[in-house]
Unconditional design. Structure first.
Length: 323
């Protein structure tokens, strides 16, 4: 019996060796087995799985907001900082960027070139006046053209009466790629950076801007506000008074090494039923194994994100086919 037992143990050992050298276990929940060498390239993972490797890309869009401010040429001239900014941005299909400081969009051109160096297809959008008017601080959208298309006719800086915004929000309309056009999720996104010196006044202006975009005649009911609100989800004042407004981020700090909750993604929870109830804050410190000081060199604000179905209404077939 001993030779048989020995042979049996050797067979088990050889089987385990073959399994672990040819396959990898993916995930901790809903475990799957995938052949080795098939892992997707891309950024550092969010919640344990990168956007490219999560399997959600065809079903959901990951929309983020990031304030790397100041995002300027001096910051991107540091390779260790620029590389991490790129890794963070690659985790999203669309990012609303705040506090970009440059005389023209050239900085974004270089950033997008770095994003696309590994074969991706990112693009950017800024307000038409950037690079023409003496604007040195502005917003931008950076998005994966494989996942989204933008209506560039809608890209604009939101001006309040009397010029009340210190940093005017940027607005644009998007549509998900993948589903048939009449079934694809469409939405309008506002990138915002509320002034810390005039928070209450600018939240009122932001509520007015939301209503103006919602009622602009395009019949778009999915309006997302993303960025730095300089207050937490419990003190949005006039913005919270809008019907059914909800926040993607609740109770989680969004600043490096602190407890402040100042960045969020806000939308009408009834209208935007495409929200998958998956959202979070990117912990830059943990992902890159940095000290607080090292993380603050990249950003003082932690990027926030939320996921939305690529289908209008949240699933295929809810939008009637055209006659």
């Amino acid at each position: 019996m001993k030779p048989i037992k020995l042979g049996f143990l050797i067979a088990i050992g050889l089987g385990a060796w073959y399994f672990f050298t040819h396959f990898r276990i993916v995930g901790l929940e809903n475990v799957t087995i995938a052949p080795r060498g098939k892992a997707s390239a891309g950024g550092v993972s969010l919640a344990g799985a990168s956007r490219q490797g999560s399997g959600l890309r065809q079903r959901a869009l990951r929309i983020g907001a990031a304030n790397f401010g100041p995002l300027d040429s001096a910051k991107l001239a540091k390779p260790h900082v620029a590389n991490r900014v790129v890794q963070l941005l690659r985790q999203f299909d669309l990012v609303a960027l705040q506090d970009i400081q440059a005389a023209n969009p050239g900085l974004l051109v270089r950033l997008v070139e770095q994003l696309n160096a590994a074969g991706q297809h990112y693009d950017y959008a800024v307000a038409p006046q950037v690079g023409r008017d003496p604007v040195r601080q502005f917003h931008a959208f950076v998005f994966d053209t494989d996942a989204l298309e933008i209506d560039r006719r809608t890209v604009a800086s939101v001006a309040a009466r009397g010029g009340g915004f210190r940093h005017p929000p940027l607005v644009a309309a998007f549509r998900a790629r993948g589903p048939a056009p009449h079934e694809a999720f469409t939405f309008t996104l506002l990138s915002v950076q509320v002034s810390s010196e005039r928070t209450n006044e600018e939240l009122e202006l932001l509520a007015q801007a939301y209503r103006a975009v919602r009622d602009d005649g395009r019949n778009e009911d999915d309006i997302l506000i993303a960025g730095t609100l300089n207050t937490d989800e419990e003190h949005l004042g006039p913005l919270a008074a809008l019907p059914r407004m909800t926040c993607a981020i609740v109770g989680t700090p969004t600043v490096v090494g602190g407890t402040g909750r100042v960045d969020n993604i806000v939308f009408d929870r009834w209208a935007t039923c495409e929200f998958t109830h998956r959202s979070g804050v990117v912990d830059v410190v943990r992902q890159f194994n940095l000290s607080f000081a090292e993380a603050a060199e990249i950003t003082a604000h932690l990027p926030v994100w939320a996921e939305f179905s690529t289908y209008e209404g949240g699933q295929p077939g809810l939008v009637p086919s055209p006659p």
